[in-house]
Design a protein around this ligand. Structure first.
Ligand SMILES: Cc1cc2nc3c(=O)[nH]c(=O)nc-3n(C[C@H](O)[C@H](O)[C@H](O)COP(=O)(O)OP(=O)(O)OC[C@H]3O[C@@H](n4cnc5c(N)ncnc54)[C@H](O)[C@@H]3O)c2cc1C
Length: 506
């Protein structure tokens, strides 16, 4: 295989890099089954690559064979049948949404990468999005999967058919009965994408493949539960001060005012607003804005005015400015699209700055436990303003010993994202290699801090290869051992997605 043919598939959206000995382009189930049988027999690692929007290196092989899935996609490939949609795994999430919409339905999870990532990738990473505040991650909506195991055996799974019994899943396979340990459920109230876990409600063997990052099987098609389509209210609110905005978010998390039932509660800090305003002046970001909130709520037709009035009154009571430029309410689909464009302009402006500096940004993905909203924001502000304090004396000494100089004392940063879920992406924006090294050390220290409070080191992007070592640091050894036992039951030769989630062999 020539290096030129492989090159486009050996880098992901975060700039992580991989290597492979062989590239196979196929989405044919029988071909993949034969290939997996062969790989298992000879012990060659196999990595699946869909759209490579993953930010953790999970779609990049560390040697072995790389299976590149087809990239054709259209809403026409999605079959909507009542309250369910079935799609080939390679189809874009936005095409699943479009097919659902055309049938008068709605697919809840809304990853920002919806127009560039596949639904199979979204299941494999248990992707979330802004609307996960109400609707949870992708995995919560998976009703069926066609899976090809490492043995080459093809399973057609329906939720409800394989619930856990006595702490294990039981499958009948051609090779005989298979008993697979059942992992714990995702913790209540915490967004996480940390490998194998079950849904809290209706746990099923399907859940093992959700968030498995290509380590347990190839996903060929996916059946998803849909909601009825409803109208969408949206507001974009620029606040003069951070405190009242955070208090309002906390209210939405714990006791929303009457009439408010948001599906999205998104945050943009002052630094991210300044970057977006400089790159896109037409967004009209008020100069006084200390932070912005974007909220969305679904409602029945005819309730537009009542919902808008409930939000308007609640926002004013919370201290939002009573001014059309600061408190913007979507009046039509065009306004709604403009707000969503704003939502995308922020990360895009941050990425452009990082590219301009010739360095990768360090986008954090930490999800903090319930009740820690103010603490999270204060911690991030303090950490980037005083890196030494956040690393602690031992951390600074270890950094200095490793690099021959102390870490940078402060770092540029911009934060935005899913504040409703205590899951704000803090983006560290180094200006040179020395700051990049300090940023890496800070991200590590922040991950340990968040995990010690009961948070997740990945809220939605998954673990892949880039967070594998920190996962091993924070996960109880018994939990890691159980993950390995699950892997051993389904992929005894350890060939699938090798290097994702945990090192293999141990
Ligand atoms: C700009 C941007 C915004 C993003 N926003 C979000 C966001 O809001 N929420 C979020 O959760 N993530 C987000 N991401 C991360 C990424 O888009 C998601 O993780 C996405 O689900 C990956 O899908 P993909 O098709 O690109 O998969 P890939 O990156 O190709 O693969 C990801 C993993 O899934 C496995 N995989 C893919 N397809 C299959 C299959 N058919 N069978 C078995 N394994 C498979 C791969 O082996 C790999 O381990 C964002 C990324 C970018 C670049």
């Amino acid at each position: 295989m020539s290096d030129d043919a492989l090159a486009p598939y050996l880098v992901d959206e975060a700039g992580n890099r991989g290597s492979a000995e062989r590239l196979v382009r196929t989405g044919d189930l029988a071909e993949i089954a034969a290939l997996l049988r062969q790989a298992s027999a000879v012990g060659v690692p196999v990595t699946f690559s869909a759209r490579r929007t993953s930010l953790t290196g999970s779609a990049l092989p560390d040697g072995g064979w790389l299976v590149v899935l087809p990239e054709d996609s259209s809403p026409d490939l999605v079959v909507v049948d009542g309250a369910e949609a079935t799609a080939p795994a390679r189809v874009l999430v936005s095409d699943v949404e479009a097919a659902a919409d055309a049938a008068g339905r709605f697919f809840g999870p809304d990853p920002t990468s919806r127009k560039t990532c596949s639904i199979g990738g979204a299941v494999a990473c248990n992707a979330s999005g802004a609307r996960s505040f109400r609707y949870g991650p992708t995995g919560a909506w998976v009703e069926g999967l066609t899976v090809c195991l490492a043995s080459g055996e093809i399973l057609r799974l329906r939720r409800g058919e394989h619930p856990p019994i006595d702490g294990a899943f039981h499958l009948q396979t051609a090779a005989g009965p298979l008993v697979i340990p059942c992992p714990p459920a995702h913790p209540a109230g915490l967004k996480d994408s940390l490998g194998y876990a079950t849904q809290r409600e209706r746990p099923d063997v399907i859940d093992l493949f959700v968030g498995s990052e290509g380590t347990l099987g190839y996903l060929h098609d996916v059946t998803l539960r849909l909601l009825p389509r409803r109208e969408i209210f949206a507001a974009l609110v620029f606040w003069d001060a951070v405190g009242p905005a955070l208090d309002f978010v906390q209210q939405l998390q714990t006791a929303p005012p009457a009439g408010l039932a948001p599906m999205s509660v998104e945050w943009f800090d002052r630094a991210s607003l300044e970057l977006a305003a400089a790159r896109h002046p037409r967004l009209g970001v008020p100069a006084s804005a200390a932070a912005a909130l974007f909220v969305e709520q679904r409602h029945d037709k005819g309730d537009e005015d009542a919902v808008a009035m409930a939000w308007y009154e609640a926002l004013l009571a919370a201290g939002a400015p009573d001014d059309d430029r600061a408190l913007r309410i979507a009046r039509n689909k065009r306004d709604l699209e403009a707000f969503r464009e704003f939502r995308h302009a922020v990360p895009e402006s941050i990425n452009a700055l990082a590219r301009g500096r010739g360095l990768r940004k360090l986008g954090t993905d930490l999800a903090w436990p319930p009740g820690t909203l103010h603490q999270m924001v204060a911690y991030y502000d303090a950490a980037v303003a005083d890196v030494h304090q956040a690393l602690g004396a031992d951390g600074v000494a270890a950094f200095t010993a490793a690099h021959g100089h102390p870490p940078a004392s402060r770092l540029d940063a911009a934060a935005f994202g899913h504040i409703g879920d205590n899951h704000v992406h803090l983006n560290l924006l180094p200006r040179d290699a020395a700051e990049a090294a300090a940023g890496k050390a800070l991200y590590h220290a922040m991950s340990l801090h968040c995990a010690a409070l009961g948070g997740a080191i990945s809220g939605e992007h998954g673990v892949g290869k880039s967070k594998r070592d920190v996962l091993a640091e924070v996960l109880p050894p018994a939990r890691l051992a159980q993950m390995r036992a699950i892997k051993a039951a389904l992929d005894p030769a350890g060939v699938l997605g090798r290097g994702n989630l945990f090192s293999w062999p141990g």
